[in-house]
Write a protein that binds this ligand. Structure first.
Ligand SMILES: [Zn+2]
Ligand SMILES: [Zn+2]
Length: 112
């Protein structure tokens, strides 16, 4: 079974406002929880990052490849406007991508 490849936020007494992932080993630990095949992050890390007090961390989640649509929908209701907007934009992009890949080129209305 694959393991979670996420940074996991933890409480660091030295930093009242947590530093960004990877920049401080006290604020973040590498998570090794087991995850289902095909996913890179466990539910625990997703929840922790979704509720992270630093909006930069929540925005970084939005820019990730293979981000879950349900996570984006949750973030589109974020109290921080810049996060909500970024999630909204990403959702629109995903929407366009799926339309482009599933579109066969045939117009179902053409022969009516
Ligand atoms: Zn720290
Ligand atoms: Zn994890």
């Amino acid at each position: 079974m694959p393991t979670c490849k996420s940074w996991k936020p933890k409480t660091h007494p030295k930093h009242e406002t947590p530093e960004l992932p990877g920049s401080c080993n006290g604020c973040w630990a590498v998570c090794r929880n087991k995850v289902p095949a095909g996913s890179n992050r466990c539910d625990e890390c997703t929840a922790l990052i979704l509720n992270h007090p630093d909006s930069r961390v929540r925005r970084a989640l939005i820019r990730e490849d293979g981000i879950d649509e349900t996570v984006l929908i949750q973030l589109s209701g974020d109290p921080d406007f810049s996060v909500a907007l970024a999630a909204e934009t990403r959702l629109e992009q995903l929407d366009e991508d799926s339309q482009n890949t599933t579109h066969t080129g045939a117009d179902p209305w053409a022969n009516l």
